[in-house]
Design a protein around this ligand. Structure first.
Ligand code: CP
Ligand code: NVA
Length: 303
């Protein structure tokens, strides 16, 4: 493992497997009520430049369950928000803390932070990537299907941070990734080109959601308007018509298809209430797994 978790691309297949095995172990220990305080006396700083429910709670509770504590550091209340430079903040925080989780806008800022920090830095979402979510999603697929190898995963909607994270993972792991995004809302082109060249199973970008979803084992979607894009919402609502995950689209997938969404969801936009509440949806288990998978990541990076 690298010092940090900034991108899925930093992980090789054995790293993914180590995280999933550790998450499985930690989840079992928690459910059985058994001691697993492997980070006793350690402190995680959590820098938030954007809102969060799942990421904040799962990191904070996860750290507590591992015997450590987590500090919520909103940039509204720290000197980072008043322009203190990353180089100083990262070096100073490294003297107090044992690890840092950052949720912010620019991927470059997280990478700069990690360059100056002497402690592990975990990407808790940027405009470009959301690796903690991606790891929980794959872990959930393994729990439900026993494997991800050889499965067809369809991503429908915006070519955003979640789409890019899926593409990065497909560059290293043998599952088929079929994306369908409207013209003008493609994933990051450098990430896509790199993955198309490297992917062991294959990455395909379609315009037609039906092509992506046909015979899929997993149908994944995310919001049409991500954090920071609120002023584009009206335009996006128009441009994403036809990209909704609804029952009609889902009928093209395998009968036992898993419906996934990183949440928060906008029912009636990227997904219907019927589908997200339907029998194929695993979104609540997927959200729970953020806790177990992030504990596994923290243990591997901070122990
Ligand atoms: N999926 C996810 O990262 O949720 P939050 O924005 O609530 O953290
Ligand atoms: N794409 C969404 C994911 C939220 C977890 C966003 O960036 O807002």
């Amino acid at each position: 493992m690298h010092k940090d978790l900034l991108s899925e691309y930093d992980l090789e297949k054995p790293d993914y497997e180590a995280i999933f095995a550790n998450a499985h172990r930690l989840k079992r220990l928690l459910k059985e009520g058994r001691e697993h305080a492997s980070l006793r006396g350690k402190t995680l700083g959590m820098i938030f430049d954007k809102s969060s429910t799942r990421t904040r709670i799962s990191f904070e509770v996860g750290m507590y369950q591992l015997g450590g504590i987590a500090l919520f550091l909103s940039t509204r209340d720290t000197q980072l928000g008043r322009g203190e430079i990353i180089a100083d903040s990262a070096r100073i925080m490294s003297r107090y803390l044992n690890g840092i989780m950052i949720r912010t806008f620019s991927q470059a800022s997280v990478e700069e932070f990690a360059r100056y920090a002497s402690i592990p830095v975990i990407n808790g979402l940027t405009d470009l990537l959301h690796p903690c979510q991606l790891l929980s999603d794959l872990f959930t697929i393994i729990e439900k299907r026993g494997r991800y190898e050889g499965l067809k995963i369809a991503y429908v909607g915006d070519g955003n941070n979640m789409a890019n994270s899926w593409i990065n993972a497909a560059a290293k792991l043998p599952f088929h990734l079929d994306l369908a995004c409207p013209d003008g809302y493609d994933p990051d082109s450098a990430i896509l080109c790199r993955a198309i060249a490297a992917a062991p199973a294959g990455v395909l970008l379609h315009r037609d959601p039906a092509e992506a979803v046909r015979d899929a084992d997993v149908v994944y979607t995310d919001v049409w308007t991500s954090m920071g894009q609120e002023q584009e919402r009206e335009e996006r609502l128009r441009r994403f018509q036809g990209y909704q995950v609804n029952q009609q689209l889902l009928n093209l997938a395998r009968k036992d298809v898993l419906v996934m969404h990183c949440l928060p969801a906008h029912r009636g936009e990227e997904i219907t209430a019927e589908v997200i509440e339907g029998p194929n949806s695993v979104v609540i288990d997927e959200a729970e797994n953020r806790l177990h998978v992030q504990k596994a990541v923290m243990e591997l990076l901070m122990k």
